[in-house]
Design a protein around this ligand. Structure first.
Ligand code: NDP
Ligand code: OXD
Length: 308
């Protein structure tokens, strides 16, 4: 089976080695060297240029190399073949690690101490116990559920919000539009781990910030377009939000001169919250390729109507 590989952010040769070890005989064609497009039956992709997949007449599977498929679904010419997203333990663990690091930064007041240092102030303050810090996670899917467990194990008070009702051990859960207000009221640190869909675009806006406790912190590891940027700047200005940690941006890389770069209330990371190590993620990808070959049901299919 010939399989296209396109991912500007990853080591294609590491993926080739890992796939060949699991699927002897696989023909991995690394873009732009794709050979005869008619021979390609599956595409393993992260951020392919719009229109690229439309040129493959015999494509039967689009396997995203990322968890989020908003970029793929934004391509109006995306072929109507099964689209699967990446669910992988290494990615899930790296996201939880990152969220925990940022929650600890806020819980231990490291943002305030950094500010105090810049002002030359000895801002002595001991932290409360983790249980006194309420962390609210928007999105209780593969990543949000795991992060909730890691935070709960660390002793934080964890709350979660999802579209449909869920029960998670150690986490108070809320669902849907009716659950949003009570969820927000009790979230000192808000973590966005939603997929970007028509329903969630711009969800992190002034109205939502107004529902949080005064001085709340925001961690956005979902997508940049979840956030209404001017509303964040206004919320930081008014003190409604004390600080924000942003990993994803509407435009990436964040353009030079963007007000977020120099804002004292914003920490920026360059979309690195979670990553899939090929030696781990290859198992999920190889499994779906085998399923495709054998005509068995694919795993982690995206519901295109829902958008995730
Ligand atoms: P999942 O599809 O497993 O989970 C999505 C969760 O969001 C589900 O709990 C779902 O609810 C909930 N949700 C979706 N729409 C709504 C809505 N309208 N209102 C309330 N809840 C909603 O996704 P993952 O956990 O695997 O990934 C989440 C996102 O994380 C990705 O889409 C991507 O954008 C981002 N990501 C960022 C990375 C980074 O490095 N910054 C790396 C990887 C992912 P329900 O359970 O009811 O369906
Ligand atoms: C993803 C990402 O969606 O890296 O996997 O953002």
């Amino acid at each position: 089976m010939a399989v296209l590989f396109h991912s500007p952010d990853e080591d294609a040769h590491a993926w080739r080695r890992a796939l060949e070890a699991r699927l002897p005989g696989i023909e991995l064609r690394i873009s732009p060297e794709i050979g005869d497009p008619a021979g390609i039956e599956a595409a393993l992709v992260w951020r392919p240029p719009p229109g690229m997949l439309r040129t493959l007449p015999n494509l039967r599977l689009i396997q995203s190399l990322g968890a989020g498929v908003d970029g793929l679904l934004a391509d109006p010419s995306l072929p109507e073949v099964p689209l699967c997203r990446l669910v992988d333990g290494s990615m899930t663990r790296s996201m939880s690690e990152f969220v925990l690091a940022l929650v600890l930064k806020y819980h231990r007041r490291l943002d305030l101490f950094a500010r105090a240092q810049r002002a030359g102030t000895w801002a002595f303050e001991l932290p409360a116990l983790p249980a006194a810090t309420r962390v609210g996670i928007m999105g209780l899917g593969e990543l949000g559920t795991h992060a909730a467990g890691v935070l709960a194990a660390q002793g934080f008070t964890v709350r979660g919000w999802s579209r449909g009702a869920k029960e998670l051990p150690g986490c108070t859960t809320f669902a849907g539009a009716d659950g949003l207000t009570p969820f927000l009221t009790g979230s000192d640190i808000l973590v966005c781990l939603l997929p970007l869909t028509a329903a969630t675009r711009g969800v992190l806006d002034a109205r939502l910030f107004a529902g949080l406790p005064e001085g709340a912190r925001l961690i956005n590891v979902g997508r940049g377009a979840h956030l209404v940027e001017r509303d964040l700047l206004a919320a930081l200005e008014s003190g409604r939000l004390a600080h924000a940690s942003l990993d994803c941006f509407a435009e990436e890389p964040l353009p030079p001169g963007h007000p977020f770069w120099s804002h004292p209330g914003i920490d920026i990371t360059p979309h690195v919250a979670a990553f899939a190590d090929p030696d781990s993620a290859v198992d999920a990808v190889a499994d779906n390729l085998r399923r495709l070959r054998d005509g068995r049901p694919l795993l982690h299919l995206v519901d295109r109507a829902r958008g995730y």
